[in-house]
Design a protein around this ligand. Sequence first.
Ligand SMILES: [Zn+2]
Ligand SMILES: [Zn+2]
Length: 444
Amino acid sequence: MGILESSSRMLEQYPLCDHCLGRQFALLGHGIENDERGKAIKLALTLAAHQLALSRSKEGMNVLRILATNGFFETAEKILQKMGKRVPRKNFAETCFLCKNRFETVNYLAEEALKKSENYEFNSFLVGIELPTTVEECEDEFKANFDVSYGENMRNEFGRIIGKKIAESNGKTVDYQKPEIVVLANPFSGEVSLQINPLYISGYYKKLVRGIPQSKWFCSDCRGRGCEKCNWTGKMYPESVEELIAKPLLDSTSAAKASFHASGREDIDARMLGKGRPFVIEATKPQKRFLDLKKLENSINEYAEGKIEVSSLQFADKSIVRKLKNSESARKEYHVFIEFENKLSVRDLGTLEEKLTNVLVRQKTPIRVLHRRADLTREKYIYKVKVKKLSPRKAEMKILCQGGLYVKELVTGDEGRTVPNVSEILKNKAKPIKLDVLNIIMQD
Ligand SMILES: [Zn+2]
Ligand SMILES: [Zn+2]
């Protein structure tokens, strides 16, 4: 069936606005909007009907009446008047069957979105449309009824039109993949709200002093409410790597909150040296996102007063969070100072290097973390161990291993829960004194 024929069938049964009629043929023709399309169809129908009517065809008169009743097309009405014919009364005709004339509200919706987004920095956005289920069902049924195969759905059209209006007015770009802001509009209730997508910044941190946990650590007694034990701070430690990075970020973005993710974590009493540990920090609902990252880096490092240091800050996206989580078994290089119960011989050093290089270590969950981790046996590979004697009973050991190896337990043996281990190999009780993470080797 031709466009004009199916259009006149549609209009015969239901009043349709230009948008809703044109939308049924959205895939025909390029570079024109549905309302122009609808208008053109109605015009073509009017001309054809006029011609028929002039040759006294009843059908022509009928179509003119239908168009006139539609209330959306004055031309048909005028022709009927000029021909001295009865002009049908507009009764049901004023409201579009599909959109209930809601396309008349798109300017209002776009303005609301502009007003609400004024206080946020963003370059890209997307318009999401919420429609009542009944409206969508009604259109689905309509399409099935008239065998519409070149149409688009109402949600798309609303989204595109409102998006265009916003972009024309504020110069921002519509981005379907990773918009910074999503405008949620409901043309039927008139509600407009914003979803501000988070800002992700990745980088590396070094921890230059011992005694700072990676993340905020709530007091075990009060769980954050504040009690005598924690000096009413709610925390076990006054600061953490997370907080030292988050505060300057929150200040410069005016975000609602910040969440910190890193590739694994070092112990509180271990330093994190070398290039540092990869992390990403997520700012929720940031008002500002046009940041000078060099400046942010400086303000974090100033705020941290040499306790931690960040570098290589970069804008990132959500996928990096997963990447970091998956990288926990990336190779790591550790440096541990060990104190022995008995004196070390020169041969001991060679024995250790030999027995701990290219070896698979079996570790049951360390006793010290059993209270928060399941009791499992983990297998971690050691690629290389280097040992240097510092004094008769002290040595330093460099370990290149799979991430997740518990290094302190590799030294002590953890009551036989880690096999092999330094104490057992040398039959000499060993104790880790200081531990540093030297490097984290990320594979891409
Ligand atoms: Zn409509
Ligand atoms: Zn407390």
